[in-house]
Design a protein around this ligand. Structure first.
Ligand code: GDP
Length: 367
């Protein structure tokens, strides 16, 4: 510590600071402390959700996202009671690299839909959470108009967990939103990795947003993602970029001819749009509606949903088994031991896994 007396007149003298207001708002602390969050019963949750109560819907989603066993049990009950009221929405996946304009686009298409009387829920899958802490939709300013639209409900991506875990939570959130009366669900994902396949597995229509770029038009987005798309829209088709976007449209159309025909028999739509000027946004909606009547007409729509259910069945079993195996208290210690042995070459991975599985099955009285 510097001695103020000794350092008088010296540059080392520490001036007494000006009083600053407390960083904590005491009045707010008092209010929050006094406020008890109401714990709803499952009946109250169901009643609230079916009545379209957004506060209760949000609380139910929070339960779904919680990892506390008590919350999980409650969430399971709520979901199974919501299932009979779900399934009636059109589920649309939207993907594209960061910066392609997804949030601007969702705002533009979303406002169009709510102005037509639709109720829209916007969810996100972003297990990497490379952007803001926890979620790509956490930053509400990304969709200013939609965020305050009473016909729209924006829910940030659950931040923690594996892709499988996040996917399960998103699927369950879709069910809750549908039960709450939302007839259109957007599931947004960043077009950089595996999450597109996951989103594709839970939606009816998969929309890929692209940019007109110089050089190889297929760069940046993996071929597999292009193959999954029911429509490709080249965004930012405005101003000087319009011509380039038109060129990209021709190139993608040509490239798509080289792909095998899709299972649904649908020929993907390729077009341009501008989320900023909103030019071409209504064409996106028209394409989605055309796809809907096409796929309902040939039975693909329902088949795909049933196939997705089958997928959920297996994924749920796998997730439960995996959690059961890895969450054993003694097992994590043994696992570390064996892992160490494998890394150092003292054990081979096959013998090591067999040893652990044998212990696991023996402990659980399995064959
Ligand atoms: P995201 O990362 O995919 O969600 O992209 P954003 O919606 O945040 O958009 C990234 C940037 O591109 C922002 O500065 C937007 O204003 C801009 N942008 C989005 N759509 C368009 C468009 O259609 N035309 C133009 N010129 N800019 C756009």
């Amino acid at each position: 510590m510097t001695d103020p007396e000794k350092n008088k007149g010296s540059a080392l003298n520490v001036m007494k600071g000006v009083d600053q207001p407390s960083q904590i708002n005491e009045a707010m602390v008092k209010r929050l402390k006094g406020k008890k969050t109401k714990v709803h019963t499952p009946d109250e949750f169901i009643e609230g959700i079916l009545a379209g109560n957004r506060t209760i819907l949000s609380k139910a989603i929070t339960l779904v996202e919680s990892s506390l066993p008590a919350h999980q049990d409650k969430a399971k009950e709520i979901i199974s009671r919501c299932i009979p009221h779900s399934g009636k929405s059109l589920r649309i996946g939207i993907t594209g690299v960061p910066g392609v304009g997804k949030s601007t686009f969702i705002e533009a298409l979303g406002k169009l839909l709510t102005s037509e009387g639709h109720k829209l829920a916007v969810l996100a899958i972003d297990p990497s959470s490379s952007r803001s802490k926890g979620s790509i939709l956490g930053d509400k300013t990304r969709m200013e108009d939609l965020a305050v639209d009473p016909q729209a409900f924006i829910r940030p991506s659950p931040s923690a967990g594996s892709l499988g875990g996040v996917a399960r939570k998103t699927r369950e959130t879709i069910i809750l939103c549908e039960a709450a009366g939302f007839d259109i669900i957007f599931v947004e994902t960043v077009g950089v990795g595996q999450s597109e396949t996951t989103v594709h597995g839970m939606v009816d229509f998969f929309l890929l947003l692209m940019l007109a770029g110089a050089g190889d038009e297929l760069q940046g987005i993996k071929r597999g993602i292009i193959e999954m798309a029911d429509a490709i829209f080249i965004n930012k088709a405005d101003g000087d970029n319009l011509q380039k976007a038109q060129m990209a449209k021709r190139e993608y159309s040509n490239a798509l001819h080289l792909f095998p025909p899709s299972e649904s028999g649908w020929i993907p739509v390729v077009d341009v749009c501008s989320a900023r000027t909103r030019e071409g946004i209504s064409a996106v909606w028209e394409a989605i509606l055309r796809y809907h009547s096409f796929s309902v007409g040939n039975g693909y729509f329902m088949n795909k949903r049933m196939d997705q259910n089958r997928q959920v069945l297996f994924e749920t079993i796998e997730e439960a088994l995996r959690n059961h195996f890895f969450s054993g208290r003694d097992r994590s210690h043994r696992l570390r031991e064996v892992e160490e042995a494998v890394i150092s070459g003292r054990m081979n991975p096959y013998t090591a896994s067999k040893e652990l599985l044998d212990e696991y099955f023996k402990h659980n009285n399995q064959p």
